[in-house]
Ligand binder design. Structure first.
Ligand code: PLP
Length: 426
């Protein structure tokens, strides 16, 4: 197919007429479709339904250490839950604290604690004139929402296929003491599905920040969320790497079973150095008497160990893979060679990231909406909702059915084509 930019205005106008007719035809069908939600489908949730049967009124609700999980106590999580989540996130069990149902909640708490109480004796961030965070872009809107909420200035750092631009990260953390942290989704990133290269992780571990209380917020949300058994990305474990580099306290690592068992009813954890964990526990002692141990027990008894979890994730992959492939195939067939958009083929995670021609993302999302397809708002993948190039669109293929996805992809590519033609003709 010829690139649109190479076509004459006349050719483009003829093409536009044809595409517009197809668009109107689809619009008349009155579809209601949604490719915005990065959440598992009902079929995926069904995979963990038996977890509901693991605990009942007959069950022995004592954990391995003999503690009655029905009662108060055990601030940092039952031993077997720590072991399971430690294996999931590849750290020793002594480096992990189990929290409640949401890792995002732990991230919010962590920033909140840094603001009010500082980090290992440093000045609380709220007492400083300026606090800045580095934000690899495109990234996860809810990360950016947390830092925005606390009035932390966000600095865009472009992503490359190997992770964030590390020259820029190294320079900014070295030169500016007000840079206190960076948001990272290091494996199958949201939204690009990029996994940080070995070199990137090593450079992270060897950072020499001007601020002693600089922290890497390493959100390993998609650590075991592969789409393929034979093509998996590998990520170097950061906690150990930081220790090796003489920076043991520089990282907070987060994970949860939200997209392993049930989002909103999973188990979440933070992994960090002993010094960081001790400080977190001091704060937790005031915050809670303990999190939901019955849910921890339920998860451990259902998955048994990391091998059970890995097997379970293969079933998720079997449901997700054809959906990703349907969207990618649609993009390739309809947009390949037109030079009006680019995308990355992820090997895991929950998203496909699409980069339209500059200045087109908002219009594409609006156009798709006209035909009944809801996409994530353009700009959402950037701090303050502002994509400077108005180009990035996040596609979430997990929730719609296969049939809905195929119609949604048709609407999306039609919208991309129509908006791009207008842009070229303008
Ligand atoms: N981190 C990332 C990168 C995510 O994409 C999501 C959900 O989409 C979350 C965290 C939310 O995690 P949780 O459900 O554990 O709060």
């Amino acid at each position: 197919m010829a690139a649109y930019e190479q076509m004459s205005n006349e050719e483009l106008l003829t093409l536009k007429q044809d595409l517009e007719a197809r668009f109107q035809e689809v619009k008349r069908k009155g579809y209601k479709l949604d490719m915005s939600r990065g959440k598992p489908s009902a079929a995926q949730l069904d995979l963990a339904m038996k977890m509901m049967d693991v605990l009942n009124s007959e069950t022995d609700l004592k954990c391995k250490e003999g503690i009655d999980c029905r009662n108060y106590g055990v601030l940092d999580g039952i031993k077997e839950a720590k072991e399971l989540l430690a294996d999931m996130t590849e750290v020793p069990a002594e480096n992990i604290i189990i929290f409640g149902n949401s890792s995002l909640n732990i991230m919010f708490d962590t920033i909140s604690r840094c603001m009010t109480h500082g980090v290992l004796g440093s000045t609380p961030w709220c007492k400083l004139d300026k606090v800045k965070f580095l934000c690899p872009v495109p990234g996860y809107d809810r990360h950016f929402a947390i830092t925005e909420y606390f009035g932390i200035e966000m600095i865009n750092v472009p992503m490359t296929v190997e992770g964030p631009d590390m020259d820029m990260v190294e320079r900014l953390v070295r030169e500016d003491e007000s840079v206190k942290g960076i948001w990272c989704v290091p494996k199958y990133s949201n939204p690009q599905g990029i996994t940080y290269s070995d070199e990137t992780v090593r450079r992270f571990a060897r950072l020499q920040p001007a601020a002693p209380d600089f922290r890497i917020f390493w959100d390993n949300a998609y650590g075991i969320h592969h789409l393929y058994e034979d093509k998996q990305d590998n990520l170097i474990e950061i906690l150990m790497e930081c220790e090796r580099a003489g920076n043991p306290d520089m990282v907070f690592k987060f994970c949860s079973t939200s997209k392993v068992s049930f989002p909103g009813s999973g188990v979440a954890a933070i992994a960090a150095s002993k010094a960081n964990l001790a400080e977190i526990k001091r704060y937790m002692t005031i915050q809670t008497i303990g999190h939901d141990k019955l849910n921890q027990l339920r998860h451990v008894r259902f998955f048994k160990d990391i091998h059970g979890m890995v097997e379970h994730m293969k079933k998720h992959a079997d449901i997700l893979r054809p959906k990703f492939e349907a969207v990618l195939q649609g993009l390739e067939t309809e947009l390949g060679g037109l030079e009006i958009g680019s995308w990355i083929k992820p090997r895991g995670g929950y998203f496909i990231s699409f980069d339209a021609m500059e200045g087109c993302a908002k219009a594409i999302v609006a156009k798709a909406k006209e035909a009944g397809l809801v996409m994530t708002d353009a700009g959402a993948t950037y701090p303050y909702g502002k994509d400077p190039k108005d180009s990035n669109i996040r596609i979430a293929p997990s929730y719609p059915t296969q049939e809905e996805l195929s119609i949604a992809t048709d609407i999306f590519v039609l919208s991309v084509k129509l908006v791009s033609i207008d842009k070229i003709l303008a």
